[in-house]
Design a protein around this ligand. Structure first.
Ligand code: HEC
Ligand code: HEC
Ligand code: HEC
Ligand code: HEC
Length: 456
């Protein structure tokens, strides 16, 4: 099984911190020509048109940045040549997908099953398709940007604004909360789709996500740091904010998902719990016995992966919400640890937490996470080692991705920073979690201590 973090490790650290330009762009390639067999005038808002409609070299399919219409215009080319999302449908044809389908006892093969296509393609009803969509395009433009029927024909007219497109059905991905939620609808799940323990046990990778690292790995087909976008006051110009908003939105979405699961017939849902509470070797004197149990010994605990680091952010930028958040989390932990708690109580607590996040999110979006603030956050996260290693590896992974996102932001302001020892230390941290089964808690703690010395 492919390890996501492995890929994040190599690409992000080198891209984010060393600023290595991506290869492959601007080489001689046949420019894509769209089969523009669409009657543009007949398109309706809410209709999907397919990636080929965006692919003309005059539009988004240039091999080089052009910037005639105020965007790069090689978005299609970047997506086609470098983005894993183009493979999202193809992976449903692999042996692994066949095994997953077999284990789930699906009536159809994976590439014909709604449960898979919902996240691995643009899979919408026929009457929402302006022309029959090609599922093999995978996760293409409209999976993120929304159906183009309402704006395709007019969005290049002079005087047409982004807001007008949004009115006509485009997702406002400039808004970081909307962006995070869009990615998470597949990378965590929403009301219509999810990767639960049944899918994981059948063979699906368990989903981890962090907005800034994952955007860097994608790679982005937008110029996040151009002067023009800075002048427009884009929210993501401060890249640490991408991480921060991603954190709080992911926690909210995680709580909404938990509430849905608690109210479903599949509760208790093991994917909400610490994986290694159940999946570990039966040896005496293991670290869990040494650590001790917060609740009754021998019961699986809640998996705090989306909370472990997020709470540092709340302490820094929304301290008034901290007590309420901690108290609610404490309650949720207790309810989940005692598996006979009525599921409705779990659901209500999770919804209460989602509501707390509605208060936190606006404050995080306004937070000014400059270089000094980023350094303080890295230090605060590195100080969480005791909590992190008791929580288990998913929380440790989130901490490392957070440190990478924050350090990348600092390096952007001050390139000399990336040339210090810190890049090597972050590499060591990624190595620490490369193989989840061989995670060495003491070594990780040493590397985090090293990081704290460097950030001082
Ligand atoms: C809630 C959305 C969702 C659903 C439902 C879903 N997947 Fe996935 N799947 C993902 C995401 C997101 C990834 C990428 C995970 C990552 O790399 O972080 C993925 C990865 C995979 C991979 C690994 C691909 C690789 O490159 O190694 C396979 C195989 C796969 N899915 C098959 C399936 C099958 C088969 C089904 C249906 C039974 C399914 N998925 C249902 C979201 C989903
Ligand atoms: C996995 C999600 C995803 C997919 C797939 C995707 N995009 Fe994007 N796209 C984004 C995000 C996120 C942004 C950044 C939004 C912003 O800041 O405006 C973006 C930005 C853009 C922009 C710049 C917008 C601006 O205001 O500067 C264009 C143009 C664009 N995408 C076109 C495309 C096209 C064409 C495709 C298909 C070939 C595509 N995108 C596929 C997520 C996606
Ligand atoms: C419609 C569902 C969907 C949406 C929306 C979506 N993704 Fe994905 N994403 C997937 C699937 C499915 C895969 C697995 C593709 C594969 O393995 O070939 C994936 C893979 C990825 C990968 C590659 C991970 C790896 O293991 O190499 C990155 C990075 C990624 N997505 C980032 C994002 C970001 C950032 C956004 C939002 C801007 C986003 N995705 C939105 C479904 C989605
Ligand atoms: C409450 C206990 C429990 C928790 C928590 C739990 N699992 Fe499982 N898991 C099981 C059981 C029971 C099986 C079936 C094992 C068998 O048949 O051997 C299983 C099977 C699996 C399998 C397939 C069989 C294997 O051992 O490879 C995978 C993979 C898996 N779980 C991953 C996870 C992940 C990832 C998490 C956390 C997100 C998790 N599990 C959380 C109990 C749990």
């Amino acid at each position: 099984m492919k390890q996501v973090l492995r890929c994040v490790t190599m690409v992000t650290v080198s891209m984010g911190l060393l600023g290595i330009a991506l290869g492959g762009r601007g080489q001689a390639q046949d420019e894509a020509t769209p089969p523009f067999a669409l009657d543009a005038a007949a398109l309706r808002p809410g209709q999907y048109v397919g990636a080929a409609s965006c692919a003309s070299s005059n539009c988004h399919g240039s091999v080089q940045p052009r910037d005639v219409y105020g965007v790069r215009q090689d978005e299609y080319f970047i997506w086609l040549k470098q983005d894993r999302h183009t493979q999202a449908y193809n992976v449903l044809l692999t042996e692994l997908s066949a095994r997953i389908a077999r284990n789930l006892k699906l009536a159809q093969p994976a590439h014909e099953s709604k449960v898979c296509l919902d996240c691995h393609a643009v899979y919408v009803p026929r009457d929402a398709q302006a022309r029959p969509l090609d599922l093999a395009e995978g996760v293409s433009c409209e999976a993120c940007h929304g159906p183009a029927g309402g704006w395709l024909a007019r969005h290049t007219e002079s005087g047409w604004t982004h807001e007008m497109s949004v009115q006509a059905g485009m997702k406002d991905l400039r808004d970081l909360a909307v962006r995070g939620q869009t990615c998470l609808s597949c990378h965590l799940g929403d009301a219509h789709k999810t990767v639960n323990h049944e899918l994981i046990a059948a063979g699906h990778p368990d989903l981890i996500f962090e907005l800034d690292n994952y955007s860097a790995v994608m790679p982005p087909h937008w110029d996040q740091f151009s002067e023009k976008r800075k002048a427009q006051g884009r929210e993501d110009f401060q890249s640490a904010r991408v991480w921060a908003v991603g954190q709080v939105v992911a926690f909210r979405e995680g709580m909404l998902q938990l509430a849905r699961r608690a109210r479903s017939n599949d509760w208790p849902e093991f994917a909400e719990m610490n994986c290694y509470a159940c999946h570990h070797a039966l040896r005496e004197g293991e670290w869990r016995q040494i650590r001790g149990y917060k609740f009754k010994a021998g019961l699986p605990s809640w998996n705090p992966a989306r909370y472990a680091v997020m709470r540092v952010l709340v302490s820094a930028f929304a301290p008034q919400q901290r007590e309420r958040l901690n108290a609610q989390v404490e309650r949720l932990e207790r309810y989940i640890a005692y598996m006979n708690t009525p599921p409705e109580q779990v659901a209500t607590t999770a919804l209460g937490l989602a509501e707390t996040m509605e208060r936190v999110i606006p404050q995080i979006r306004q937070a000014d996470i400059d270089t000094a603030a980023a350094a303080r956050l890295i230090d605060a996260i590195a100080a969480e080692v005791p909590y992190l290693i008791d929580a288990e590896i998913h929380s440790v992974e989130q901490a490392i991705m957070a440190i990478n996102a924050l350090a990348s932001a600092m390096a952007r302001d001050n390139p000399a920073f990336a040339r210090g020892g810190i890049t090597r230390t972050i590499d060591k941290l990624y190595q620490d979690v490369k193989d989840r089964e061989r995670f060495d808690r003491a070594q990780f703690a040493r590397h985090m201590a090293e990081l704290r010395r460097q950030i001082q």
